[in-house]
Design a protein around this ligand. Structure first.
Ligand SMILES: Cc1cc2nc3c(=O)[nH]c(=O)nc-3n(C[C@H](O)[C@H](O)[C@H](O)COP(=O)(O)OP(=O)(O)OC[C@H]3O[C@@H](n4cnc5c(N)ncnc54)[C@H](O)[C@@H]3O)c2cc1C
Length: 378
């Protein structure tokens, strides 16, 4: 049987694979180059993506809602911050998948294939699928190497959460503000908080979230969500319309070391999830643009996709949280109250200069940071 051959093969039709496929298919430079996107099922997950950006952006036609103001709350503090010039935006995965898949299906150069890839061989430039094998000039691979779960020099904690989109009879939310972190419902000695995304005055996504080295049972999130709704928001009468749960690895594992001239790891598998925050939607847009620029300028496709300086900052932060998980509330209180929102977002976007970044790192000052700095440096 003849092995199907493509110019590019994208393994994984999830958030990163679909963003990449869409940008390649829209760019005249790649016209006529056949690109396969391979995924076992292209199933739409129950997810919402939030991200910040200045003014208008690429995904505005799909945005459910956006906010100009956020809050950071602890038992002692109710800190309101104005995001200007940024907006915090929310996109439902269902809207993203429906729109992007519809566009890709119309493209003459994109072929969506249902299959599961077990191995990519850079020497023969071929990928082994359950149904058949595929060859290509280059592979973009969104499967994370499970080695990141093992022991090593890197740190790993999990951002894990469960959320309910709820509807209330009476107005219960302030739709102009989202709550980034609310620490009023704690969990033992762990970094755990509630995240609130109001869509209207009687509809919101409320999530109970952990940044911890351990995972927990479903009943824990549910108990905490009920406690937050009853005790903090004083809501007893509500309907749950959708549920969202997830585990995001927050790690400084060097995923990009697997990149080679024939393979680029993308998405979570490429280290595109910001290790200290768990965000990757907007980061993916930027990495996809960088890949396309690299190709057009004849550079190696993987050229400068990861900034190791920022990974070092993330590593120190993760090390502190992995060893002293209860410090999360204190660290984030300093992060949100001692820095301007624009500096916070530019730092998380890896756009700050070295001196600006160090200023932010010093604002979090704690003896544990010094210890982690030395542990991660030497
Ligand atoms: C519930 C949830 C909410 C999140 N919210 C946010 C948020 O608000 N903002 C933000 O920036 N980030 C968020 N994230 C983090 C991150 O943006 C998402 O996890 C994002 O989906 C990662 O994109 P990805 O392409 O790496 O992985 P995925 O979107 O999971 O896609 C991977 C794809 O690869 C496919 N695949 C797996 N194995 C194979 C194989 N062997 N062969 C072929 N295909 C395969 C899968 O079927 C899947 O479609 C969230 C994560 C979760 C889990």
């Amino acid at each position: 049987m003849q092995v199907p051959t493509y110019f590019y093969v994208i393994v994984g039709g999830g958030m990163a694979g679909l963003q990449l496929a869409r940008q390649l298919s829209r760019d005249i430079f790649f016209k006529g180059k056949k690109i396969a996107v391979i995924d076992p099922d292209f199933e739409i997950p129950s997810k919402t993506w939030c991200f910040w950006e200045e003014d208008a952006g690429k995904w505005d036609n799909l945005t459910t809602t956006s906010w100009k103001t956020g809050r950071f709350v602890t038992p002692q503090l109710n800190h309101k911050f104005n995001l200007d010039p940024y907006l915090y935006k929310m996109i439902k995965a269902s809207d993203f998948y429906t729109d992007v898949l519809r566009e890709l299906k119309r493209s003459e150069d994109i072929i969506l294939i249902k299959d599961s890839i077990s191995k990519i061989d850079p020497v023969t430039r071929s990928a082994e699928g359950k149904k058949t094998n595929y060859t290509a000039t280059h592979f973009f691979d969104s499967r994370p190497n499970p080695a990141y779960l093992g022991e090593g020099k890197h740190n790993l904690i999990y951002q894990h959460f469960k959320g309910w989109e709820i509807e209330t009879e009476k107005a219960a939310f302030e739709p102009s503000e989202f709550i980034m972190m609310d620490y009023r419902i704690p969990y033992q000695n762990a970094t755990a908080f509630t995240y609130v995304l109001p869509i209207s005055s009687n509809r919101a996504l409320v999530e109970y979230t952990f940044f911890t080295p351990f995972l927990t049972e479903d009943s824990v999130y549910e108990k905490k969500l009920k406690e937050y709704l009853n005790r903090i928001l004083k809501i007893s009468d509500y309907k749950i319309s959708t549920t969202e749960a997830g585990i995001i690895p927050m790690t400084d594992y060097p995923f990009e070391e697997e990149n080679c001239p024939q393979i680029t790891k993308i998405g979570t598998g490429g280290g595109w999830v910001k290790a200290s925050s768990g965000y990757s939607f907007k980061n993916t847009e930027k990495k996809v643009a960088a890949i396309i620029e690299n190709i057009k300028h004849g550079r190696e496709i993987n050229h400068k996709l990861i900034d190791k300086k920022f990974r070092k900052y993330d590593g120190i932060f993760l090390d502190v949280l992995q060893r002293n998980n209860k410090l999360g509330e204190k660290i984030f209180t300093k992060f949100y109250t001692k820095n301007e929102p624009t500096d916070i977002f530019r730092f998380l976007d890896e756009e700050t200069s070295s001196s600006e970044s160090l200023k932010i790192m010093f604002s979090l000052f704690n003896f544990e940071f010094i210890k982690s700095f030395f542990r991660k440096t030497f």
